[in-house]
Design a protein around this ligand. Structure first.
Ligand code: GUN
Length: 290
C-alpha cells in the first residue's frame, strides 16, 4: 500500500485566497485593513527568511504589514517599549515577535508583554490558558494548521487515538489540547517516553514535532494512520558549499509504505503556519472592530 500525500502547500494557498477575499470585505466595512506587526531582533538568517515571507504574505492578503527590525544588541527595555507602542496602536490587530531572541533578552518577558488580544502567535500564557480551558483566544499557528489538515483528511476526529511526539509550548502542548478538544484519545510523548515505537503503533493520528531528523520510522506506524510531520531538519551537506536535504521528523519513504496519508517536508505543514497567522490576524481584526 502507498499512502496519499497531504498537499499542505495547495491547502494553504486556497486558505490564503479565502482570507484575501474576507480581508477585502473587512476593509470595505471597517474603512481600514487588518494590520500585522512583525518584530525581528538581530540578523539570524533563518528568522530573516521567515519574516520576509510573513511580510509578503501579509501584503498579498491585502493586510497592513508593520515591520520593525531591531539590532541584535537592542536592550530588553527598548523591545518592551516597542511592544507597548504596538499594543496601543489601533491600526495593529496582531503582534508577532520572531523567535528565537538573543540570549540577553528574556523570551517570556517579551511574549507576556504582548496584549493577549493581539497575540496572533498564541504564545501568551493567557491564550495557552484559554486553549486549555476551552475559551476563545488565539491558538498557535502551526498546531492549528495541523488540525485543519487532519480535519480535511479525516472529517470527524472523535474517538481516534492520537499521539503527539514533542511537548513544546509552541507545537506539542497546544496540539495535544486541540486534539483533546476534538475528542481524540491523546498521548503526549516526549524524549523520556518509554517504548515510543509501541506508543506510535497504537495511533490513528501521529503528529511528530521532536526536531530530530527521520526519528519516527515507517515500521512504527499503524497501517492506514494519518501522519503529520512538523519537523524541518537540514541534513549535513553532501559536498562542501552545497545545502543538505530538508527532512522531517518522520522517515517519509518508510511511512509512505504503511500510512494512509502523510505530509511531505517541505510542502506539508510549513506553508500552513503563515496561512494561519493571516487567519488569526483577520479574526483579531473582527473581534477588535466589535
Ligand atoms: N520562530 C519560529 N517559528 C515561529 C513562530 O511561529 N512564531 C514566532 N514568533 N517565532 C517563530
Amino acid at each position: 500500500m502507498t499512502a496519499s500525500i497531504i498537499d499542505g502547500k495547495a491547502f494553504a494557498a486556497a486558505l490564503r485566497e479565502r482570507i484575501a477575499t474576507q480581508v477585502a470585505s473587512f476593509h470595505e466595512a471597517a474603512g481600514r485593513a487588518p494590520g500585522l506587526a512583525v518584530v525581528l531582533v538581530g540578523e539570524d538568517p533563518a528568522s530573516a527568511v521567515y519574516v520576509r515571507s510573513k511580510h509578503k504574505a501579509t501584503v498579498a492578503a491585502g493586510m497592513g504589514s508593520f515591520e520593525h527590525k531591531l539590532s541584535a544588541d537592542v536592550s530588553q527595555d527598548e523591545l518592551l517599549a516597542l511592544i507597548d507602542t504596538l499594543n496601543a496602536d489601533d491600526r495593529i490587530d496582531g503582534i508577532l515577535v520572531q523567535l528565537p531572541l538573543p540570549d540577553h533578552i528574556d523570551e517570556r518577558a517579551v511574549t507576556t508583554r504582548i496584549d493577549p488580544d493581539k497575540d496572533v502567535d498564541g504564545f501568551h500564557p493567557v491564550n495557552a490558558g484559554r486553549l486549555a480551558t476551552g475559551l476563545y483566544g488565539f491558538v498557535p499557528c502551526t498546531p492549528l494548521g495541523c488540525l485543519m489538515l487532519l480535519k480535511d483528511q479525516l472529517g470527524d476526529l472523535a474517538g481516534l487515538d492520537a499521539v503527539v511526539i514533542g511537548r513544546s509550548n509552541i507545537v506539542g502542548k497546544p496540539m495535544a489540547a486541540l486534539l483533546t478538544k476534538e475528542s481524540c484519545t491523546v498521548t503526549l510523548a516526549h524524549s523520556k517516553t518509554k517504548d515510543l515505537s509501541s506508543v506510535v503503533r497504537r495511533a490513528d493520528i501521529v503528529v511528530a514535532a521532536v526536531g530530530r531528523a527521520e526519528m519516527i520510522k515507517g515500521d512504527w506506524i499503524k497501517p492506514g494512520a494519518t501522519v503529520i510531520d512538523v519537523g524541518i531538519n537540514r541534513e549535513a551537506a553532501p559536498v562542501e558549499g552545497s545545502n543538505g536535504r530538508l527532512v522531517g521528523d518522520v522517515d517519509f519513504a518508510g511511512a509512505m509504505q504503511v500510512a494512509g496519508a502523510v505530509t511531505p517536508v517541505p510542502g506539508g505543514v510549513g506553508p500552513m503556519t503563515i496561512a494561519v497567522l493571516l487567519r488569526n490576524t483577520l479574526v483579531s481584526a473582527h473581534r477588535r472592530a466589535r
